[in-house]
Design a protein around this ligand. Structure first.
Ligand code: DC
Length: 380
């Protein structure tokens, strides 16, 4: 029952989120999950270097001859299936071989070769051209997508990265010690940041995001918050199938009240949108299910509505919608939503009737996700 936005759809140029960072900082896991969450193309550029390396190893050419390696790689086509598996000249490559330590040890033959890099960069740019995409690599922010709207440098301490590497070490391979992995990570960092072309670089316009101690969903919520800051229409576009976005034709429809709730001592609180005009939103971390009327959400510092959305028996995810002048977001009957009451902010809600409330406790994961989002979106 999605209604078109009055005045036509919001047009925005494709959004590119470029993510660089050292090996083992969690880039693959984070970017894959982020792209899925945002419904964007995921481009794993490291997989393309891995695929080219496997091609070189199997081709029977002299690996030490940089010109022969370049000639071979520049004649290859590398792309991905819809399921995200990498293909070398149309042939699928097994994930286990792609990420094997043997492949990793030889990647430098391709990655340090400028002629190979320029070919792979051209393929990567063609894959993302005109599309919303999350691009992951070492040179995503600098060479592949220098104009990306959002650049993230995902980082973690060498020890944390070594622990993560060991936790996914193949069971059939002898495990090195933590210190051995730390030392090989430092070597790889050195190589990645000192190559002549396409070196890993933290640029001034990138967000330096340290992931030590953060759960995956917290990292993702932070990146989404940065993305929304840069392109406010992003989330609106993504949740259009869940929320009806409308413009109020009745100026008196929404009441505005101070957001200082009795007993609200935390920096932020979840509140229920409340249909009754004489009641303030509740202060509990729970949701209400709207079976009838129309409700507006809470304004977050006058900038956004943050809500949980979804149509199923439980809410699925957190969304934030920018609060644009003269625009009210009307939540679809029977969809789930909770709104954020940030301490000291203004809240607004619509008068309505025929509301039945069902209460629903938020999970710890959902709460940490909201806190992560707010930590970026509403810095104190
Ligand atoms: O992200 P990954 O571990 O799959 O990357 C494998 C190697 O490929 C990495 O050591 C450096 C290289 N690489 C690169 O040079 N440029 C990229 N854009 C991606 C990866």
């Amino acid at each position: 029952m999605t209604q078109p936005r009055p005045g036509g759809p919001a047009m925005a140029r494709p959004m590119v989120i470029a993510i660089d960072g050292p090996a083992g900082a969690g880039k693959s896991t984070v970017t894959r999950a982020l792209a899925k969450r945002l419904g964007m193309l995921f481009l794993d550029t490291g997989a393309m270097y891995r695929a080219a390396t496997i091609g070189v190893l199997d081709a029977g050419i002299d690996h030490d001859d940089a010109q022969a390696v370049a000639g071979f790689v520049r004649a290859r086509h590398i792309d991905f299936t819809d399921a995200g598996d990498v293909r070398l000249d149309g042939a699928l490559l097994a994930r286990s071989r792609l990420r094997s330590p043997e492949t990793t040890a030889e990647i430098w033959r391709v990655a340090d070769n400028p002629a190979c890099r320029s070919h792979l960069v051209a393929l990567q740019q063609a894959l993302v051209a005109g599309r919303d995409a999350v691009v992951e690599g070492r040179d995503a922010t600098t060479v592949i997508c220098p104009d990306a709207q959002l650049k993230i440098y995902l980082d973690a301490s060498p020890e944390e990265r070594a622990r993560r590497r060991l936790s996914e070490w193949p069971g059939d391979k002898p495990q090195p010690s933590l210190m051995e992995v730390v030392s090989s990570i430092r070597d790889r960092d050195d190589r990645d940041s000192h190559r002549e072309v396409g070196a890993l670089t933290l640029t001034d316009d990138a967000v330096h995001l340290f992931t030590d101690g953060l759960a995956l969903n917290e990292v993702i919520a932070r990146i989404i918050a940065y993305a929304v800051q840069r392109q406010p229409f992003l989330l609106e576009k993504l949740v259009l199938d869940q929320l009806i976005v409308g413009r109020s034709r009745q100026p008196g429809y929404v009441r505005v009240a101070p957001g200082n709730l009795p007993g609200a001592s935390d920096g932020w609180q979840l509140g229920l949108t409340n249909p009754a005009p004489d009641r303030m939103p509740g202060t509990t971390r729970s949701l209400t299910r709207n079976h009838g009327g129309r409700q507006a959400g809470t304004l977050v510092q006058g900038a956004a509505i943050l809500c949980l959305a979804g149509r199923g028996p439980v809410p699925e995810h957190v969304v934030a919608l920018p609060m644009l002048p003269q625009t009210w977001y009307i939540i679809e009957p029977e969809s789930w939503h909770a709104v954020i009451q940030a301490h000291g902010t203004i809240c607004a809600w619509a008068e309505s009737d025929r509301i039945i409330e069902e209460r629903f406790e938020l999970s710890a994961t959902q709460i940490s996700e909201l806190e992560s989002f707010l930590g970026v979106y509403l810095p104190h």
